[in-house]
Design a protein around this ligand. Structure first.
Ligand code: SF4
Length: 228
C-alpha cells in the first residue's frame, strides 16, 4: 500500500532534483548539506536521468556547489539530449569562468541572495558585485534566473532591501526558505533560528513584478520535486 501511495504521488511530479555533490567552495553558517557526504558519478547521474518518470519535464542539478563537480556539463548535455528543461543551483562564484557555450546547456540558473548589506556575512566570499555581474550576463544570454534566500534572525530586517534589489531584474521565481537547523545550521541555530510567526511577518508582503514568490517553512518537507 505504501509503495502504491509513493508511486501515485511521484507520478504527479514534474521536477527531478539531483544532488551531484555536497562539496562546496563557500561556507555558509546555515548550510544544510555541508555534512551530507554526497558524491555521484556521471554514470550515476545519467542512469537517474535515463529512468525518470514520464511526468518529469525539468531536471535540476543541486549541491553543494554544482560548478565544482567535473561532469556537470556532460550531465546537462545528456539531459538536454533527452528533451528536459535544465536548471542549476549555484552560488555563482565560478560562474565567470564558465563559457557561454557551456551555459547553452542551461535554461535556468538559480543564485542565492540573503541581504544587500555589507553587515551581512553569513554567505562568505559572495560579494554583491559578483551577483550583479552574473545577473547582467545571464540576462544578456536570455537565461531564466531564480533566486533563493535563507531567512535567519540576522536578515529578517534586511528582506526589504533584497526585494528592492530583485525588483530591478526579470526574476522568474524567488524562494524564501525559513532557516533549518541542519548541517552547519545545527551548530548555529542559537543566533539564526526564527519562529514561524517571525518568518510569516517578514515575508508575507513580498511580491516581485515579474515572478512568483514562494515562502517555504519546511525545507525537508518540500513535496514538489522528486529528489535523488
Ligand atoms: S549553503 Fe550553498 S553555497 Fe553555502 S556552503 Fe552550503 S552549498 Fe555552499
Amino acid at each position: 500500500m505504501q509503495d502504491l501511495i509513493s508511486c501515485t504521488v511521484s507520478d504527479q511530479k514534474t521536477i527531478a532534483a539531483i544532488e551531484l555533490t555536497s562539496r562546496c567552495n563557500a561556507y555558509c553558517d546555515f548550510c544544510v548539506s555541508w555534512n551530507d557526504k554526497v558524491e555521484k558519478s556521471l554514470d550515476d547521474v545519467k542512469s537517474i536521468i535515463s529512468q525518470l518518470p514520464d511526468t518529469i519535464a525539468t531536471v535540476v542539478f543541486v549541491g553543494g556547489e554544482v560548478l565544482v563537480w567535473d561532469g556537470l556539463f556532460s550531465a546537462l548535455s545528456y539531459a538536454k539530449q533527452r528533451g528536459y528543461r535544465t536548471k542549476i543551483h549555484t552560488n555563482g562564484l565560478l560562474l565567470p569562468t564558465i563559457s557561454d557555450e557551456k551555459l547553452a546547456f542551461v535554461d535556468v540558473v538559480n543564485l542565492p541572495l540573503d541581504a544587500v548589506s555589507e553587515e551581512y556575512q553569513l554567505r562568505k566570499r559572495q560579494p554583491l558585485e559578483l551577483l550583479r555581474k552574473n545577473l547582467g550576463r545571464l540576462m544578456q544570454l536570455n537565461k531564466g534566473v531564480s533566486i533563493t534566500t535563507v531567512v535567519t534572525r540576522q536578515n529578517l530586517h534586511l528582506l526589504g532591501g533584497v526585494h528592492e534589489f530583485l525588483s530591478a531584474y526579470p526574476i522568474q521565481s524567488w524562494k524564501l526558505f525559513k532557516f533549518t537547523p541542519h548541517g552547519l545550521g545545527q551548530e548555529n541555530g542559537h543566533y539564526l533560528s526564527v519562529s514561524d510567526e517571525e518568518f510569516e511577518y517578514a515575508t508575507g508582503g513580498l511580491r516581485l513584478p515579474t515572478g512568483k514568490v514562494y515562502r517555504i517553512k519546511d525545507f525537508f518537507g518540500m513535496k514538489g520535486s522528486l529528489f535523488f
